[in-house]
Design a protein around this ligand. Structure first.
Ligand code: FMN
Length: 150
């Protein structure tokens, strides 16, 4: 349908050093642009890898993803298209950067850690990866209740 929300997520490896100020600057730029595009989502960074979730109109999300994939600061290694979803999960989060403290507050660090480290050492079946990513996306939703909105 025309007004469907399209969602995707990906994992990428950083190709340069990212410290906290640099990550926040990246997220700040993303917030402004995503607001204009009516895209919501979040960004996690751990073990030199990114995990990002994006949702919005299909054209905007796919176009932005193409742009993000061409960004030389990282290399996308795993892209998961969730396709159309019934409603936005992260309304109001133009691009929330989730730091380690927030990830551990919802016990997500371990799962992210598992995904990131096993991706570097072995081939995870796509179905298993998708399942873990689905769980993470839903778990991150629980942060929405008690944190400020970007
Ligand atoms: C890990 C990662 C995540 C990014 N996420 C976003 C994002 O959500 N929104 C965005 O506009 N740019 C994001 N970017 C930056 C884009 O790749 C690109 O540099 C930016 O959209 C260009 O913005 P401009 O059109 O204002 O020059 C991200 C870059 C990286 C490395």
């Amino acid at each position: 349908m025309l007004n469907d929300i399209y969602a995707l997520s990906y994992i990428s490896i950083a190709l340069e050093e990212f410290d906290e100020p640099k990550l926040k600057a990246l997220a700040q730029h993303a917030i402004q642009k995503n607001k204009r595009l009516d895209i919501s989502g979040y960004l996690c960074f751990m073990h030199n890898m990114f995990f990002q979730y994006l949702e919005g109109s299909k054209t905007e999300v796919v176009d932005l993803m193409n742009e993000i994939e061409m960004d030389i600061r990282h290399q996308v290694i795993n892209l998961i298209h969730f396709g159309s979803i019934k409603e936005r999960k992260f309304l109001g989060w133009s691009m929330r950067y989730l730091d380690d403290g927030e990830l551990s507050s919802i016990h997500l660090e371990d799962m992210l850690n598992w995904i990131f480290t096993s991706m570097q050492t072995e081939d995870i079946p796509l179905a298993l990866l998708k399942e873990k990513v689905h769980i993470m996306v839903d778990q991150i939703k629980t942060l929405r209740g008690n944190k400020t909105i970007n």
